[in-house]
Write a protein that binds this ligand. Structure first.
Ligand SMILES: [Zn+2]
Length: 130
């Protein structure tokens, strides 16, 4: 698969960069000290229906960065950055939140048509009495 090698090299580079940005991101536990647990159900619409998977957030060491990769292996530069939506839900101590996100990547020469729906379930510590 020589034709593919530069492409997979680029993909590996992107994975390294993503890894780096996760390491640089602020820690979730610092950003939202009252957060105890979080679980994100990701439902991705695919041509044959939908797939779903659950992302368990390890609050103690998770970065405050939530990027769901695009499920289409041919998609370039795609993915779903739902950091902003999740962080605002955490800051408002929402135990449930959901949303949708379309992929902004390219599949070949066409725009990637994938989209996801996410559902957040979170638990928080009691606030100290005032
Ligand atoms: Zn995509």
């Amino acid at each position: 698969m020589y034709a593919n090698s530069s492409k997979s090299y680029a993909a590996a580079q992107r994975r390294i960069e993503r890894r780096k940005s996760e390491d640089d991101a602020p820690r979730l536990a610092n950003e939202v000290p009252s957060l105890r647990s979080a679980r994100i159900l990701v439902i991705e619409q695919v041509p044959t229906g939908s797939t779903r998977h659950v992302k368990h957030v390890v609050v103690a060491r998770a970065p405050a960065l939530f990027v769901i990769p695009c499920g289409d292996p041919t998609c370039q530069e795609g993915g779903h950055d739902i950091t902003h939506a999740l962080m605002s839900a955490f800051r408002r101590r929402q135990t449930q939140a959901d949303g949708e996100d379309g992929c902004g990547g390219m599949s070949g020469t066409a725009q990637c048509g994938r989209s996801i729906r996410w559902e957040l379930t979170a638990e928080y510590a009691e606030l100290p009495p005032r």
